[in-house]
Design a protein around this ligand. Sequence first.
Ligand code: 5GP
Ligand code: ZN
Length: 111
Amino acid sequence: MTDCVFCKIVSGEIPSKRVYEDDQVIVINDLNPGAPVHVLVIPKEHTENILTASPEILVHVKKVLPEIVKKLGIAEKGFRVVVNTGVEGGQTVPHLHFHILGGKELGWPPC
Ligand code: 5GP
Ligand code: ZN
C-alpha cells in the first residue's frame, strides 16, 4: 500500500529502530507511548485489521510473542496486548498492528 505509514516503516522508506524482526513481522516502539513499555507488532504484509487478517499471521504473532515480551523484560510481571479495530475501536492506522503495553500496573477499563 503506497499511502500506508506502516507499509512505509516496513519497507524502510520511513526509518525505524526494530526491537524485533522476522520474516513476517517487525516490532517498533510506539511514537506516543502510553506506558513505560509500548511497542507495536506490525505484520509485514498489509492487511487492514484483525477481521481481514489471515489466521496464519495471528498464529505467527502468538508463536513469537513469548520471545518479544521476554526481550522487552515484561514477561514475568505481565503486559497487555491490544488490537484496536475500526473507528469505534480507536484504530487510527488502517494496517493491522498489535500494541504490547507494560512496565507498570495498567488501568482497566481503558476508556
Ligand atoms: P491505533 O490507534 O491504530 O491502534 O494505533 C496506532 C499507533 O501507531 C498509535 O499508538 C501511534 O502512536 C502509532 N504511530 C502512528 N504513526 C507512527 C509512526 O510513524 N511511528 C511509530 N513508531 N508509531 C506510530
Ligand atoms: Zn500498510
